[in-house]
Design a protein around this ligand. Structure first.
Ligand SMILES: NC(=O)c1ccc[n+]([C@@H]2O[C@H](COP(=O)([O-])OP(=O)(O)OC[C@H]3O[C@@H](n4cnc5c(N)ncnc54)[C@H](O)[C@@H]3O)[C@@H](O)[C@H]2O)c1
Length: 249
């Protein structure tokens, strides 16, 4: 029987690329998103995929969605907590509502969806991949909510690995560097794009596919003894301490 991956935020960007790669590898995919028209049009041409509407920050919707996915597919072998929102702003302008909006999707979402999927993942000795960010590994200005939410996702992954390992469930975290998705382009000005190119050893943004390759690998049998790990797919950004353009040859 084909394995089943549940991918949140699957209507576009990294989640859609991950869905396509799972399908190419012979998996079936439960595509989860709250953007109904975008999810419908993304899922329509994809054989082996099925769309489920859900806001991952809402406990009731999450419980209902996971019940629908298990009723439809009968199993869940991998969970990719990818749905995320970005909101960059100075600390003094990040009011509580902006903070909560970021935390609700980026942190509450992976907590809730993982908890709801745990019985199904126990049955398959499945895998979890949480999508954090280089912003969770390195601090910068304007990311008090986003960066903190992603650092928390890194720790959440380790908690999940520590506790769910006993059931044979693996949990790992992927930290993408900048990728030209709708999320990134909404908060990256041309100045930010140029600065990233300067600071990243590979001198460029990543592609959705390059991030998806790491996610699908970590969900696969090839990574069967890998758990609790944080993998940056970031062109080397995290490894560079003093990335000053002036120090380049
Ligand atoms: N693009 C980048 O540069 C970058 C860098 C580092 C990390 N990331 C992370 O990668 C993940 C995917 O980002 P992307 O760039 O593909 O973004 P994107 O905006 O292109 O896609 C995100 C998808 O998630 C969905 N979504 C958002 N909130 C949701 C919710 N509460 N419930 C259900 N669906 C929801 C959106 O509708 C959208 O379809 C995010 O967690 C993001 O933080 C992205």
């Amino acid at each position: 029987m084909n394995k089943v991956a549940l991918v949140t935020g699957a209507a576009r960007g990294i989640g859609l690329a991950t869905t396509e790669l799972f399908l190419a590898a012979g998996w079936q995919v439960a595509m989860i998103d709250r953007d109904v028209p975008a999810l419908d049009s993304a899922a329509a041409p994809l054989e082996g995929a099925h769309a489920f509407y859900c806001d991952v920050s809402d406990p009731g919707e999450v419980a209902q969605m996971v019940a629908q996915v298990t009723a439809h597919f009968g199993r869940i072998d991998a969970l990719v907590n990818n749905a995320g929102v970005a909101d960059f702003g100075p600390i003094e302008e990040t009011d509580f509502q902006r903070w909560r909006t970021v935390m609700a999707t980026n942190l509450d979402g992976p907590f809730l969806v993982t908890q709801a999927c745990t019985p199904a993942l126990r049955a398959t000795k499945g895998a979890i991949v949480n999508i954090a960010s280089i912003s969770g590994l390195r601090a910068s200005t304007l990311r008090v909510a986003y960066g903190t939410s992603k650092a928390a996702v890194i720790q959440l992954t380790k908690q999940q690995a520590a506790e769910l390992g006993e059931y044979g469930i693996r949990a790992n975290c992927v930290c993408p560097g900048p990728v030209r998705t709708k999320l990134a382009m909404a908060v990256h000005t041309q100045e930010i794009i140029d600065a990233y190119h300067d600071a990243i050893p590979l001198n460029r943004y990543g592609s959705e596919r390059e991030i998806a390759e790491v996610i699908v690998f970590l969900c696969s049998e090839k990574a069967s003894y890998v758990t609790g790990q944080v993998v940056a797919a970031d062109g080397g950004f995290d490894s560079t301490g003093v990335g000053l353009p002036a120090l380049r040859r």
